[in-house]
Design a protein around this ligand. Structure first.
Ligand code: P1T
Length: 383
């Protein structure tokens, strides 16, 4: 398809064509490890499924189309995708990262890659000047997560991408919380976008998968080389499920955003709630940046009950009936999490608390159920 499609059509058709064998409209799950060759090297573009697989190719084309990118690469998980990005660098190279980010991303950087000589500066990026202060001739990567997990800070992608360009540092954006429906970081000047497609893209809490997108051909080649060498690739079934999820991304995110806004307002007005972190509030410190770079505010938010103690928050998450207490986010069903003991437990307490992840913090992934049922569930749990 040559015509550039609008986003809501690209979710369904972007980069897709009927399968060449029998014209099947959905790409078949090519459950094969290898491909017949007529003579050594005589194949139709596929020789071994660690390197390429047609179901994976269909997904890689789909995400490239949604992020207005030239290239997509699919991985076994979001962390496998990030691992591949970090393997681009050499001992002594420096990285500047958001100080508030998924605990597993922090763990990969500090407990795996610091061992191999990468130096990582964790910085609050709400003010781009704080990034500028850490830039030097060794900086090779600026790692942005926005909105951040779980404090919902919003980082000005265009401002930081401009800083990276001036210093020849790559700028990568973890776009998991927003999804390409809400924001497209390459258009704002980023070089790499990462997704834990496990979340909104697959959308049904049934798949673990990671994605990268880039425009630069040489960068794509380097990433594909590491992908093939290290082998953290997804199976064809997971690629298929992610593709199927993507087809409804636009309508799901619209409803996630509507429900997220209603839940944020409910919590904000509740007498037993101390603080609600959601970028849609006009008094959110980064509201203007969020409004300018995002189409809406999505379905993620965090809050702290009055008193902010651990026992009160544990009591609330245990009492929830419709929200499931679970790791992860971005599925059609609503989930609640306790970052300090779950998703962010691998971050030392003092570091965690510095970025706002106190013991009383609860994170919600607001699903697409009837929002009144969600509000009633929260109301009975808060008491
Ligand atoms: O779980 P995986 O597909 O490997 O993705 C890791 C990841 C990367 N980036 C962000 C922003 C994430 O939130 C995650 C995974 N996060 C959770 C499991 C969670 O509950 O926050």
């Amino acid at each position: 398809m040559d015509k550039k499609l609008r986003f809501n059509s690209a979710t369904i058709h972007g980069g897709q064509e009927p399968d060449k064998a029998y014209g099947s409209v959905m790409p078949p799950i090519y459950q094969t490890s290898t491909y017949a060759q007529t003579t050594p090297g005589g194949h139709q573009g596929y020789e071994y499924s660690r390197t390429h697989n047609p179901t994976r190719t269909a997904l890689e084309r789909s995400i490239a189309s949604l992020e207005n990118a030239k290239h997509g690469l699919a991985f076994a998980s979001g962390m496998a995708a990030m691992d591949t990005v970090l393997k681009l660098f050499n001992p002594g190279d420096e990285i500047i990262s958001t100080d508030d980010l998924y605990g597993g991303s922090y763990r990969l950087m500090t407990q795996i890659f610091e061992k191999y000589g990468l130096k990582i500066h964790f910085v609050n990026m709400e003010n781009p000047d704080s990034v500028a202060q850490h830039l030097n001739e060794k900086t090779r990567l600026i790692w942005i997560e926005t909105p951040t997990n779980p404090m919902m800070k919003v980082v000005d992608i265009a401002a930081i991408a401009a800083l990276g360009k001036g210093h020849k540092a790559l700028v990568a954006v973890d776009n998991t919380f927003a999804s390409p429906y809400l924001q497209q970081p390459l258009d704002l000047g980023a070089d790499i976008v990462l997704h834990s497609a496990t979340k909104y893209l697959a959308g049904h809490s049934d798949t673990v998968l990671g994605l990268l997108v880039v425009n630069d051909d040489a960068l794509q080649e380097k990433l594909a080389f590491i992908q093939n060498s290290s082998g953290g690739v997804p199976g064809p079934m997971d690629c298929f499920l992610t593709l199927r999820g993507i087809k409804t991304l636009h309508i799901r995110i619209q409803r996630h955003s509507e429900n997220g806004a209603a839940v944020a307002l409910f919590l904000m007005q509740h007498p037993k709630i101390e603080k609600v972190y959601w970028p849609g509030f006009v008094n959110h410190p980064n509201h203007e940046v969020a409004k300018s770079q995002m189409k809406d505010f999505g379905g993620m938010l965090s809050f702290v009950p009055k008193g902010g103690d651990l026992a009160t928050s544990i009591n609330i998450v245990e009492k929830l009936k419709l929200f499931t207490l679970a790791e992860s986010l971005g599925g059609v069903e609503s989930l609640a999490g306790h970052p300090a003991s779950m998703t962010h437990a691998s971050i030392p307490k003092a570091v965690r608390e510095k970025s706002g992840i106190v013991d009383g913090l609860i994170r919600l992934s607001v699903g697409i159920e009837d929002v009144q049922d969600l509000i009633e569930d929260l109301d009975q749990a808060i008491g």
